[in-house]
Design a protein around this ligand. Structure first.
Ligand code: GDP
Ligand code: MG
Length: 259
């Protein structure tokens, strides 16, 4: 593979749809792309899957074998994925000149916070991986919602320690003013504090101020990429991040580059 993108984010933020849109867009631009579904619990996947974990792991089978309900079975399924790395890797051999897009389980914790996931990312891609964190645009439009999304973005970045795109997904659901305000919050902690004050009472301000300062102090500042699968906003920008990182375009942000 040229490189890979692991698409993460809370349930319902549009991960699977985005995987399909990005893959389709790449193919329209005459580039090779492949999709991998790593969600063993997916009933329906809205794109043509090239490699599918469901060929190896069945949620209903796990429920039966381990006498578990659906939630427990999801956790076991997530942990079982590492057992199939050799098989998945063999299938991925067919996609040498491709960008490979990995769709991850609906619930973010099943991928991000299970023991084997960092190993899985490196083993499947020979460490040629970027992460996309998809935040919900409507939630991210309020200062406190933005902070919550940013904390999750941070925990995903620190967990995988790979270049991580901060995507505000479903950007078609918010206004251009909302989008530029989110961009300002990311780069201007003072503006985020001020706007938060308008939303939250004084009593919680100190608590949030500490978090906002921690973002600034840790230099966990990222480019915000608004994306929509409805109108295809941002898809080209996502591609340019991928191509810059994997093929060494001039604008590569080397901050997190793992050399
Ligand atoms: N308005 C809007 N809806 C979207 C977008 N992307 C996905 N959705 C919808 O959001 C819902 C959840 O999408 P899905 O891709 O299954 O989310 P996942 O759980 O993160 O994989 C579906 O109803 C999608 O049609 C988008 O860019 N804009
Ligand atoms: Mg999904």
């Amino acid at each position: 593979m040229i490189g890979s993108l692991f698409v993460t984010g809370p349930a319902g933020t549009g991960k699977s749809t985005f995987c399909g849109t990005l893959s389709e867009w790449l193919q329209e631009q005459q580039m090779e792309s492949a999709t991998v579904n790593l969600d063993p619990g997916a009933d329906f996947v809205p794109y043509e899957v090239d490699v599918d974990i469901r060929d190896y792991i069945s949620l209903s089978r796990i429920m039966q074998d381990y006498s578990l309900g659906p939630n427990g079975a999801q956790v076991v399924a997530a942990d079982l994925m590492v057992e199939y790395i050799p098989q998945l890797k063999a299938l991925l051999e067919d996609f040498q000149d491709h960008y490979v897009i990995f769709d991850t389980p609906g619930q973010v914790e099943l991928f991000t916070f299970r023991q084997g996931s960092t190993h899985l990312v490196d083993a499947l891609t020979d460490s040629k991986a970027m992460i996309a964190y998809l935040a919900d645009s409507v939630v991210a439009s309020s200062p406190s919602g933005f902070i919550a999304q940013k904390m999750l973005f941070g925990s995903i970045f620190y967990r995988f320690f790979k270049p991580t795109m901060f995507i505000i997904n479903k950007s078609d659901l918010i206004t251009t003013e909302d989008i530029s305000r989110i961009g300002e919050w990311e780069h201007d902690p003072g503006k985020l504090s001020d706007d938060l004050l308008g939303e939250k009472q004084q009593i919680v301000k100190q608590y949030y101020a500490g978090i906002i300062k921690a973002f600034a102090d840790s230099e966990l500042i990222s480019k915000i990429i608004p994306v929509s699968s409805v109108d295809r906003t941002g898809i080209e920008e996502v591609y340019s991040e991928l191509s810059n990182f994997f093929t060494g375009g001039e604008d590569t942000d080397t901050m997190y580059r793992d050399e």
